[in-house]
Design a binder for this molecule. Structure first.
Ligand code: AMP
Length: 585
């Protein structure tokens, strides 16, 4: 299939401000795409070569890309760099340069999706001393034949800056419309996607007009499922009310959530956002390999330990595990512990329909049979007595936990769902001063004085699932160290867009707008009504949205969260209502 019309649709999507128009473009694209390449198109839209969980990284550096643009167009590296300096986007630079060259080239081989894919695959696979050279050749040969617009998107893809920002929800909507003629079928598609997170394969089945065919896609070890999420509550009584009696209280550890998959001798680990993190934790892999189990899917929190005292350390210490080299050394210096909290699959059987009590019993007996010093089942009590809970909560805090998780005893495992079946109670609940929020950065003001060259303040947003929009809730300018400012600036510069992004909803004037990508944790003392901010606009009071008072960056970038996992509007409204209630007491 020719890439040129697809590059044009990408360009249209890039320009639009409206989610509905974006979905229309996607529907057109899907209707034009033949079965044999629909899978590739879907991955391309997700900015990948295969499902994210397979962890195939293209991620080409800017330097090499600049070299390739220079080589294919016959201009110097210096010139490309200068243009890059003034335009700020290498895709645009490639497009501009190709405009001059394209008319002069007479013989060209067509750029097809198939060709792009096989080239990208070769790039991803090439390693070793010759790899830079080989990659350069491969990219130049593509660029030699590409139209200006094709060049732009080839470069954006190679750099990992395609960022059409298409939320999976929008792709799912478009698949439902294009292949089933009915948007309501999105629900069935989403349910499948929750347990079978390869949207490419889902699209292939739908492309054959076979909605029922989705039933064959079931939970499989080595393919991550979307994690079950928790609603926030402010005190244990609220949790007990929801549960109507006894409930399981568990330590809430603050580390990295992991899905552990074992299938025969293969073990893979996946993060909360379903990325493969196996290579960061070879010690866990070794331990799980020794389990006398054929296949299983476990869920756990990994936490860092102090080398000497073996006490739980702040989650930041896990950063050492993200190193590419010398991991053996790092394992020795930075020990970790795995706290298991659920089991979803065992010996060929899907356990997600079992009640939580039954899953927990299976988890405990599995852990007992496969004893290991660095793997433990998370501490739990089952109770309805406030007195027991207070003691348990205090112990949790003393042991370095972030708070408690509450789980309804009869709850099934609902992949991808955030409901009151699981609830989180953070330790701030007993001091009314602060609450934390995970917010997506949507805009910025340029810094002045000491902050010249960085951003002075960031505009942050909550996520509203109903409208798939990011709604502004506060500007934050405090809590940043110099290092944070630099780190955040460098990360955000990849997401700059010319104008307010199509699913960003804000009335404020900003110097810079971003594709919603980066999630930061913020602490704030209070939620207030605001005529300016659009968070939950009109839902609590007519003509008012909600805003955070005295927000402060906590120092934590939530790399484990996607923007759609930010604090959402219904959570915010609940917190606001509870605050109102508390203030009346
Ligand atoms: P939050 O990230 O604040 O939405 O809180 C939910 C997270 O708490 C989960 O995604 C897990 O990473 C983590 N967690 C820690 N302990 C537990 C536990 N016992 N059960 C479930 N999740 C836990």
């Amino acid at each position: 299939m020719d890439f040129s019309p697809i590059a044009e649709i990408f360009e249209d999507m890039y320009k639009t401000n409206s989610r509905l128009v974006l979905i229309d473009h996607l529907v057109t694209l899907f209707n034009r795409t033949p079965f044999i390449i629909i899978k590739k198109i879907i991955y391309l839209l997700q900015g990948k070569l295969s499902p994210a969980y397979e962890g195939v990284e293209l991620g080409l550096g800017e330097k090499l890309t600049i070299k390739a643009i220079a080589e294919s167009s016959g201009i110097s590296v210096k010139e490309v760099e200068v243009k890059f300096g003034s335009v700020g986007d290498l895709g645009e630079v490639a497009k501009e340069i190709a405009k001059n060259k394209y008319q002069q080239t007479l013989i060209r081989e067509k750029i097809t999706i198939e060709r792009i894919y096989s080239t990208f695959e070769k790039i991803a696979k090439s390693t070793g001393s010759q790899s830079q050279f080989i990659k350069l050749r491969l990219i130049s040969s593509l660029l030699n034949d590409a139209t200006p617009l094709e060049s732009k998107y080839i470069i954006k893809f190679l750099l990992g800056t395609l960022r059409l920002g298409i939320a999976e929800y929008s792709i799912i909507d478009a698949l439902a419309i294009a292949y089933t003629g009915n948007k309501n079928n999105r629900k069935k598609i989403e349910e499948t996607y929750n347990v079978y997170t390869d949207l490419g394969t889902i699209a292939e089945i739908l492309c054959k007009r076979n909605l029922e065919g989705l039933n064959q896609l079931q939970m499989t070890p080595l393919k991550p499922i979307r994690p079950m999420l928790a609603e926030r509550i402010l005190d244990p009584t609220e949790g007990l009310k929801k549960a109507d009696g006894k409930i399981a209280f568990e330590y809430k550890l603050d580390g990295e959530r992991v899905q552990i998959h074992k299938d025969d001798s293969e073990v893979q680990l996946f993060s909360r956002s379903l990325e493969k993190i196996t290579k960061h934790y070879p010690d866990i892999v070794d331990s799980i390999k020794k389990f006398s189990i054929q296949n299983c899917i476990l869920e756990a929190e990994i936490v860092p330990l102090d080398l000497e005292t073996k006490r739980i350390q702040p989650f930041q210490e896990l950063m050492h595990r993200k190193r590419k080299y010398n991991i053996e050394n790092v394992i020795m210096k930075y020990p970790i512990k795995v706290f298991l909290f659920d089991i979803l699959y065992l010996e060929g059987k899907d356990l997600t329909e079992y009640e939580y009590t039954k899953r927990r019993a299976i988890l405990e007996s599995t852990a007992k049979k496969n004893r290991n010093n660095s793997i433990e089942v998370v501490k739990q009590i089952v109770s309805s007595e406030l007195k027991d809970i207070e003691i348990f909560f205090r112990n949790a805090k003393d042991d370095g936990c972030e708070g408690l998780m509450l789980k309804q005893l009869n709850s099934k495992y609902r992949a991808g769902a955030r409901e009151f079946l699981w609830m989180k109670l953070k330790k701030e609940y007993d001091n009314t001063l602060g609450d934390n929020f995970d917010l997506t950065v949507i805009g910025a003001l340029l810094g002045r004085g000491k902050r010249t060259g960085y951003y002075g303040a960031l505009l942050l947003a909550v996520y509203d699932k109903n409208s798939d929009t990011f709604q502004s809730i506060c500007k934050v300018g405090t809590g940043f160290s110099d290092r944070d400012l630099e780190l955040i600036y460098n990360e955000l510069k990849n997401y700059v867009v010319e104008k307010k992004y199509y699913n960003v909803n804000s009335n404020l004037k900003m110097d810079i707008w971003f594709t919603p990508k980066l999630v930061l944790e913020v602490i704030a003392s209070e939620i207030t009504l605001s005529p300016l901010h659009t968070a939950a606009y009109g839902l609590v009071q007519k003509n008012f949205g909600l805003a955070l008072r005295f927000p402060k960056y906590s120092g934590r970038i939530r790399v484990d969260k996607k923007p759609e996992d930010s604090t959402n509007t219904s959570e915010l409204i609940q917190l606001f209502n509870r605050q109102v209630k508390r203030n009346k007491l």
